[in-house]
Design a protein around this ligand. Structure first.
Ligand code: ADP
Length: 419
């Protein structure tokens, strides 16, 4: 449980990091791109204000010839495109990149042999208040686009490295964070196990005293019904205490539950034997298919308890005269055991809860049947210890089917030591 909590926290940490990284990265890229675009605008303005004084306007028709000759003479090359238009927007002169009419903003223009993305701006040319035309300046945006692409690519390449580092850090820190929780759970489990042990001793004394009292009362034939009531109550207390102790043991990873290779029939047969009296008492037809000799590596007693609990429930929650059937077989590399009854069934919305401790679908019915609400919690804990799974199919009023899947031990059947 603690390990899965630690993994969940690590995944949460990683998820949060990825979210922040992606959102933060996108915002950073946006800011970076915007900054570069502002720099381009500034460059455009500088270029315009550099060229404007060199335009000859005296002839009434704007010209940049003198400026162009001087630039050529001084071997000044500019990656920009400069165009002069008359007041109607007709192109008069062009230098560098060829523009595509009078346009502002980002556009694509034809270069020598491919299209180029440029940022374009134009300004009106006036002399003595008379509108003579326009000066348009365009500069390529490829340096900005390449820088933004590189920025994005670097962020993308950093992502897997950072994700791995964050996962390790998350796993480490979640380990630190859950240490106090782990400690509290350990204290609680020890408390439950200790309380269970403390219960067992006085209940055993009560049981022994009841036996003596029963013999004395039998002679006088008085109070026997009260005595049997006390006896049933003390038995329930003893069962509850034993279940709590067993559950605490299953929860404790350090608790010794010696494992061995067991044959499937060694688990099934004693469980059937355990519940046959209960089934007879309720006239329930208890049947069991032939059990294949398949090996399981596990704790013999726990596996028997697991099956006994499922069979006991099947009988408890089936009306008199009903049926309970156990099937065992193989599915790929797993043993499949199913316990099917023709009982009261479980509502679909309760199926997830029945494995919780002290959960009962119908509390009074469970108590009347002597249930402690721990049977299925024990089944689940045993199966988790054996890396096995359980599935429930149920139809209220028709019956339930509990299907258990246990890995087959990787040994030959001959290696199974029968007890
Ligand atoms: P309990 O001691 O109450 O039987 P369990 O943990 O064994 O506790 O089972 C939890 C609840 O699941 C039961 O109270 C019962 O409502 C339901 N349940 C378990 N097995 C069956 C079954 N075979 N048919 C119907 N209900 C069942």
């Amino acid at each position: 449980m603690i390990q899965s909590l630690r993994k969940k926290l690590t995944l949460l940490f990683l998820g949060l990091f990825l979210l922040i990284y992606v959102l933060g990265g996108a915002a950073a890229l946006g800011v970076f791109y915007h900054g570069l675009t502002l720099a381009l605008d500034e460059e455009l303005r500088d270029l315009s204000s550099e060229i404007l004084p060199a335009i000859q306007l005296s002839t009434g028709k704007p010209s940049l010839k003198k400026w162009a000759d001087a630039a050529e003479h001084e071997h000044l090359t500019s990656p920009a495109g400069i165009q002069l238009f008359d007041q109607k927007g007709e192109l008069l002169e062009k230098y560098g990149l060829s523009g595509d009419g009078l346009k502002k903003g980002e556009l694509k223009v034809q270069g020598d042999n491919h299209t180029i993305s440029v940022k374009s701006n134009f300004e009106e040319l006036r002399e003595d208040g008379k509108h003579l035309g326009y000066l348009q300046v365009q500069i390529p945006t490829n340096s900005r686009d390449t820088a933004a692409q590189q920025f994005g690519l670097t962020m993308l390449l950093m992502l897997p490295i950072l994700a791995v580092a964050v996962s390790f850090a998350g796993y480490f820190f979640s380990g630190l964070a859950i240490k106090p929780v782990e400690k509290s759970i350990k204290v609680l489990k020890t408390f439950v196990a200790d309380a269970g042990h403390e219960f067992i001793t006085p209940v055993t004394v009560v049981e022994a005293s009841l036996q003596t009292l029963e013999e004395q009362l039998k002679e006088h034939n008085i109070g026997l019904d009260v005595l049997s009531m006390i006896s049933r109550a003390s038995q329930r207390m003893k069962d509850l205490a034993s279940d709590l102790i067993f559950l605490a043991k299953l929860d404790n990873p350090d608790a010794q539950l010696p494992e061995e290779v067991i044959s499937l029939d060694e688990v099934v047969d004693p469980a059937i034997e355990d519940v046959s009296e209960l089934a007879r008492g309720k006239s329930i037809a208890l049947s069991c298919s032939s059990v294949p000799e398949l090996p399981i590596y596990g704790h013999r007693h726990s596996l028997q308890v697991m099956l006994t609990n499922l069979l006991t429930n099947a009988i408890k929650y089936t009306e008199t005269g009903g049926s309970v059937k156990l099937d065992a077989g193989q599915e790929n590399n797993r043993i499949v055991i199913s316990v099917e009854d023709s009982g009261i069934g479980i509502p679909a919305d309760r199926l997830d809860s029945i494995f919780e401790r002290f959960y009962r679908v119908d509390e009074s019915r469970s108590r009347a049947q002597g249930g402690s609400g721990l049977g299925l919690a024990i089944v689940k804990a045993i199966l988790e210890r054996h890396k096995s799974e359980i599935e429930v199919q149920s139809t209220p009023g028709k019956g339930s089917k509990f299907i258990v899947r246990i890995p087959i031990a990787q040994v030959s059947v001959q290696a199974i030591s029968k007890h």
